[in-house]
Write a protein that binds this ligand. Structure first.
Ligand SMILES: [Mn+2]
Length: 474
C-alpha cells in the first residue's frame, strides 16, 4: 500500500467515515437462484422429452477450470440473455457436480449470491453425462474463446454466437456478436461493463461478479492484475452489491474515477477479498488427485510434424502448492498416471504457483513456480511416438526464454513406468502463468519444423506477458 499518496488516503478516510449497520438479508428466494433453478429444470425437461428442443437454447459456458470467474461470467451472460433479451439461455458449469466442492471460494461467493445449493441449482457436466451428441448447437463462450470439441462432435451446425473473454484471442468465430476479447484482470469485469445500463442488476449478480473480480485481481490492489476495466467494473458493481448496505453511500459516490485504485483500502472490500482469498488458498485438505483436477484445462493438438499427424489430448493442471509438499515419494507420479489414464491424455503439465515457506497458505515469501511434465504412451488410441514427443517437449520448454526453466533437482520423478517420460523444472519467471504455458505447449506440439533450441527462440504470443502478472493463473 506504500504507493498511495497521503493526501489520497486522507481523502478516502473522510469519504468512508461511517458504516451503517448491516441490513438484514431480504426475506424470500434469491432472484438469481430461482432463475437458475428454473432454467436448469426447463432445459433438462426440454432435452429429455424431445432432444431437438435443445436447439432453441443458447448454452453459455466458462472454461473447464471452473474457477469463479468462469462461473460468475456464465451466470451473468445467461441472466442478460434470458431475463433482459428474453431468449432462453442456460449456463453450463464445465465441471462434474462433485467437483464444485474443490473450490471453497466458489461455494462462498455463490452462497453470498443466494445460490446456496449449487449442486442442485447449477447445470454441471454430470447432468448431461452420456448424452451424445451435445443436445444444443448454439453456444456463447465466456472466459475462453474456443469451443471444446465435445460440444461440436457429431453436432449439426454448432454455432458460437457470442464470445466475451480476457485470454489470448484465437481468432475464431469472427461473426459472433458480441465478440469482445480484451485484456482484463477478470472476465467478470467485461460482464459488468457490458451489462445493459437501462436494466437493473440483481444485487446477487453484482455480489457474484464482484467476488470474481476480487479473486482475480488480489482484491483490486494496484500491484496486482487489476486494470482500468476492472476498476470501472468494481465502481459500478459495489453500489449494486450487498456491500452497498454497509459502505456509506457518499463514500462511493465521492470516489472519483481516478481514485478507483483505492477500492482495496475500503475495509468492507478488503474484508470480502481476504475471506475469498483464505478460502481459495486453503487446499491443505486436498491430496494429489484432487489438486490435479481442481484447476485443470484440456487441449487437443495435432502433431503436424509427424507423418501420420495424430491428434493427442494434453492437460494443464495449476496447483497452488509446491510439488515437494504434496507430490514427493511417488505421489505425484501416481496421481499423474491415474489422471492421464482417466482423461486419456498423452501429455500432462503440472504447473505450481506458491510462496516460499508456505504450505498452501499465502505467506510473505517469494512467489515461485514449477513445472512437472509427463508424456505417456496411451493404449486407448494410436501408439504415440513417445520419445519423439518427449524430446520435442523438453527441447521446446528448455529453450523458451519467457518461462526460463532449469531442471528441478529435488523432483526426479523416478516412479514412472517405462511407457512414461517425465521431467520437472523450476521456472525462472514466476510471472508466466498458464496463459503463457498453454500457447507454448501448442506451439511445441504442433509446429511442423523442429523447435531449434540453440539458434531459434520459441515464440510466445506478444500479449501474454501483459496478462500474466504474479499471482494465480486464470
Ligand atoms: Mn478468467
Amino acid at each position: 500500500m506504500s504507493t498511495f499518496k497521503p493526501n489520497a488516503l486522507r481523502r478516502l478516510s473522510t469519504v468512508l467515515s461511517i458504516g451503517k449497520a448491516p441490513m438484514p438479508a431480504p426475506a424470500g428466494v434469491s432472484t438469481l437462484a430461482s432463475f437458475l433453478s428454473k432454467a436448469k429444470e426447463d432445459y433438462l425437461s426440454d432435452i429429455r422429452a424431445t432432444p431437438s428442443k435443445g436447439g432453441k437454447w443458447t448454452v453459455v459456458m466458462g472454461n473447464e477450470a471452473g474457477d469463479l470467474d468462469s462461473v460468475a461470467s456464465s451466470i451473468a451472460f445467461a441472466w442478460v440473455h434470458s431475463e433482459i433479451q428474453k431468449k432462453p439461455c442456460i449456463p453450463l458449469i464445465q465441471i462434474a457436480r462433485d467437483d464444485l466442492n474443490l473450490r471453497a471460494e466458489n461455494l462462498y461467493a455463490l452462497n453470498l449470491a443466494g445460490i446456496d445449493k449449487p449442486h442442485e441449482q447449477l447445470l454441471s457436466t454430470t447432468d448431461l453425462d452420456g448424452i451424445q451428441p451435445f443436445p444444443s448447437n448454439t453456444f456463447a463462450l465466456v472466459d475462453h474463446n474456443r469451443l471444446a470439441p465435445s460440444f461440436s462432435a457429431g453436432n449439426k451446425n454448432p454455432t458460437v454466437v457470442a464470445v466475451i473473454d480476457h485470454h489470448e484471442d484465437e481468432d475464431l468465430y469472427k461473426s459472433a456478436f458480441p465478440r469482445q476479447i480484451e485484456p482484463a484482470g477478470s472476465c467478470s469485469s467485461h460482464m459488468a461493463n457490458i451489462y445493459p445500463t437501462e436494466s437493473e442488476m440483481p444485487k446477487e449478480l453484482a455480489d457474484l461478479l464482484l467476488c470474481a473480480i476480487l479473486v482475480d485481481t488480489n482484491g483490486l490492489i494496484t500491484e496486482g492484475k487489476a486494470r482500468p476495466v476492472d476498476y470501472n467494473a468494481a465502481a459500478s458493481l459495489i453500489p449494486r452489491s450487498s456491500l452497498r448496505d454497509t459502505i456509506h453511500a457518499t463514500a462511493l459516490s465521492s470516489l472519483s474515477k481516478d481514485s478507483h485504485a483505492l477500492f482495496s483500502l475500503i475495509p468492507e472490500v478488503k474484508q470480502l477479498s481476504d475471506t475469498l482469498d483464505a478460502k481459495k488458498s486453503d487446499v491443505s485438505h486436498l491430496g494429489a488427485w484432487d489438486l490435479l483436477r481442481r484447476d485443470y484445462k484440456e487441449y487437443t493438438f495435432t502433431l503436424r510434424w509427424h507423418p501420420s499427424a495424430p491428434s493427442i489430448k494434453a492437460g494443464l493442471a495449476t496447483v497452488p502448492v509446491k510439488l515437494k509438499a504434496w507430490g514427493s515419494g511417488g505421489r505425484l507420479e501416481d496421481a499423474a498416471q491415474r489422471w492421464m489414464a482417466h482423461r486419456k491424455l498423452s501429455v500432462l503439465g503440472v504447473l505450481t504457483s506458491f510462496r516460499d515457506n508456505s504450505w498452501g497458505k499465502r505467506g510473505n515469501g517469494k512467489h515461485r513456480r514449477e513445472m512437472a511434465w509427463f508424456v505417456r504412451d496411451g493404449t486407448e488410441a494410436q501408439t504415440l511416438p513417445l520419445d519423439e514427443v518427449a524430446a520435442r517437449l523438453w527441447a521446446g520448454v528448455e529453450a523458451n526464454r519467457e518461462v526460463k526453466v532449469t531442471r528441478h533437482k529435488k523432483m526426479e520423478l523416478a516412479g514412472v513406468p517405462s511407457s512414461v517420460r517425465a521431467r520437472a523444472y523450476k521456472q525462472g519467471n514466476a510471472s508466466a502463468t498458464r496463459k503463457v504455458t498453454a500457447p507454448l505447449l501448442r506451439y511445441i506440439m504442433e509446429a511442423e519444423a523442429d523447435p531449434e533450441p540453440q539458434t531459434e527462440e520459441v515464440p510466445t504470443p506478444a500479449d501474454t506477458a501483459a496478462t500474466s502478472r504474479a499471482g494465480e493463473s486464470s
